[in-house]
Design a protein around this ligand. Structure first.
Ligand code: MSP
Length: 641
């Protein structure tokens, strides 16, 4: 068994995590889970970077101690670990003693190699980067090339690391191990930077209290990047008495992979290997850089003011959908754009319509044909088996290249093929015409077998939902390795529970805000679009629960021209509140006492501050609603079908 050490960057604690931070850990977690299933011995590390001027300033602004700020942000990271199901083996904090020991040990080794000297350091300094820049590197009006904020002139005596000495060894490393930096384009950037010439690096700071004191240099603290980068080995016990993990995963490990964002490439692919070379320690085997999540064309960041908070998305869509979206929508290595609309569309198309719909069709049919059980006949000779084999191979090849979007695409291609397979055979008609025949059993079994294979492959991406899908098709124990991707594993003739809706459709209009959605629909929906609407099955139609209700009260929603708040009796005991966009066409007194048809199982949605629990059906004539009424009075709650 080979060992695989996998790290995320350690996150600054001057602000709460946003989607960009969660992304790297999601990638790491998915990869860690994948590798464990692929039979590797994995150690997965994440943590927080707690020293430095930024954190000191942020804490001071709040009037608290830096450690109190760090504790608060760490608590948030822990909470998100629980919400998102992150399975890291350790969480390192640079304020821990074990980490300090590692930093002291690497400094001792670099010192012993004769690679430190003391000199006056002058230059343009960006506090958020904790980095000096040359005049040439600065943006217009002396601004930081990364942050665009003004830089400060600094002059102080510092300890310097002889980075220039490692220029040639680094170039040799990139030549001999081009896989050291991935993707390849990033290696070119790094090589160009090193070829342009490396200046020695100041690795201590004067007048900065919130840091690790530099050994034997009173008044100086360790430069935050030397401090931070060392987390990757201090967390394994480097510098302590117990170096078992360090020996296994670093010193003698097979793969040592750092996942990072492209903004911190130079630190990981230039400074870090140079420190390690100087200290006589093994280097990481791969530094893999991803791009940025952007919103409205700018990197998602606190300073740009376009932050997306993970909690809001998790609350609405569920943690696994957030994980899925992040992996599906970004080509790993490139930038990607975040939008709420893309999120809802992806969720509805891939889950509500895609996997969720296929699952519910198959489970419903199998349960009704085979007495609440999976089909009694398996099948190996059919067109889906080779398609599933291909999809599993594509998935694995893509996952090993961190091409998560392609891995997921190949699974959803298979779902599409299976949809068509089922559609062509119309098993619901077979059931009606011939009853539960072996032929019907095989068709349904094939479809469910695909669902089993897809959900098994989804285990690393959706660690909570994938097991639920598996349980729904009679596989209560999810597989722990990828042998389960082979065709043939779905148990025949076992009991399956009635399906709880796992991926309820999200009402996009309600989510995005009614007005915004309406405007968009007007702009983009041509009048003839109805002709192209795909046919649905009777099962799909019956997913909507239509019922007759009597309107017992009606009043306009304050501050809204169109919305009316209705109180409707669906024969359920307590009446429901339903908000309908009919206020321009109807007066409250026209409505009270009338019977209407209501979609009763719609997700609740809040419109102008009023929670609506259902939708009233109306014909829409040039945008004007015309309510539908039953032809004769019927009891409230009567099903419409
Ligand atoms: N503390 C340093 C890393 C030290 S590693 C030894 C740091 N921290 S950070 O909190 O600013 O960023 C951590 C990671 O989050 C980086 O990899 C960064 O690229 C990533 N992201 C921050 N914003 C991001 C996006 N908008 N999109 C994707 N990832 C981004 O840098």
């Amino acid at each position: 068994m080979s060992t695989f050490y996998l790290t995320t960057p350690i996150y600054y604690v001057n602000a709460l995590p946003h989607i960009g931070h969660i992304f790297t850990t999601t990638v790491g977690d998915t990869l860690a889970r994948y590798l464990r299933m692929a039979g590797q011995e994995v150690y997965f590390l994440t943590g927080t970077d707690e020293h430095g001027q930024n954190i000191e300033r942020a804490a001071r602004n709040e009037g608290i101690e830096p450690i109190a700020l760090a504790d608060r942000v760490v608590a948030k990271y822990r909470e998100l670990r629980d919400r998102l199901g992150f399975s890291y083996d350790d969480f390192v904090r640079t304020t821990q003693e074990r980490h300090k020991r590692g930093v002291y040990e690497i400094i001792r080794r670099i010192e012993a190699a004769g690679d430190f000297y003391t000199a006056v350091h002058e230059g343009w300094y960006c506090p958020p980067c904790e980095t000096f820049y040359t005049e040439k590197e600065l943006g217009p009006e002396k601004t930081c090339p990364v942050h665009g904020t003004p830089v400060e002139w600094k002059s102080e005596e510092n300890v310097f690391f002889k980075l220039s000495k490692y220029q040639q060894p680094l170039l040799d490393l990139y030549r001999e191990h081009p896989e050291f930096v991935r993707p390849e384009t990033r290696l070119n950037e790094v090589r160009a930077f090193v070829e342009a010439g490396l200046r020695d690096l100041s690795v201590s700071r004067a007048n900065l209290e919130w840091g690790i004191p530099f050994p034997a240099k009173p008044g100086q603290t360790v430069y935050v990047w030397l401090d931070a980068l060392t987390n990757y080995i201090s967390a394994l016990g480097f510098g302590s008495d117990d170096t078992r993990l360090y020996d296994r995963f670093w010193e003698h490990g097979d793969v040592r992979l750092h996942l990072i964002g492209k903004d911190i490439l130079r630190f990981h692919a230039v400074y870090w290997p140079a420190f390690l070379m100087s200290a006589g320690l093994p280097l990481p085997t791969v530094v893999w850089a991803h791009g940025w999540w952007q919103r409205d064309g700018r990197k998602v960041s606190k300073s740009a003011g376009n932050i997306v908070r993970p909690d809001e998305l998790i609350d609405r869509f569920g943690a696994d959908s957030v994980r899925y979206f992040l992996l599906r929508e970004m080509v790993f290595g490139q930038d990607a754009n975040f939008s709420d609309e893309a999120f809802v569309d992806r969720y509805n198309s891939d889950f509500a319509n895609g996997l969720g719909n296929l699952l519910s069709r198959l489970v419903t049919l199998s349960r009704s044909a085979f007495d609440g059980r999976t089909p009694p006949h398996a099948c190996s000779d059919n067109e889906l088996a080779p398609a599933a084999k291909q999809a599993a191979e594509d998935y694995r090849a893509a996952m090993e290249n961190l091409a998560f979007n392609r891995a997921l695409e190949s699974l959803w291609r298979l779902i599409g093929e299976t949809d068509q397979y089922i559609h062509r055979r119309e098993p619901w008609k077979m059931l009606k015409a011939e009853g539960p025949t072996p032929a019907l059993a095989r068709i349904l079994w094939n479809g469910m077998e695909v669902v089993r294979i897809v959900s098994t492959a989804l285990l690393p991406v959706m660690p909570r939902m994938a097991p639920q899908v598996l349980a729904a098709i009679g596989v209560p124990e999810p597989a722990t390795n990828f042998d389960a991707l082979r065709w043939g594993g779905l148990p025949t003739d076992v009991e399956i529970p009635a399906l709880a809706p796992l991926f309820p459709r999200i009402d996009k209009a309600a989510y995005l805000g009614e007005a915004k959605e309406k405007k968009k629909m007007e702009e983009t929906t041509p009048p003839a679009a109805a002709a192209e609407t795909p046919r649905i099955t009777v099962d799909q139609f019956f997913q909507a629960e239509l019922k007759v209700a009597t309107i017992v009260a009606a009043e306009p929603v304050p501050k809204s021209k169109k919305l009316m708040k209705l109180t409707a009796d669906l024969g359920e005991g307590a009446p429901r509140t339903i908000v309908a966009g009919i206020a321009l066409a109807y007066q409250p007194e026209d409505l009270v006492g009338k019977q209407v048809v209501v979609v009763a199982n719609l997700q609740p949605a809040t419109l102008m501050g009023v929670e609506s629990n259902g939708m009233v059906l109306a014909a829409s004539l040039d945008g004007k609603p015309i309510l539908l009424h039953p032809d004769a009075q019927v009891p409230n709650g009567t099903r419409v079908k």
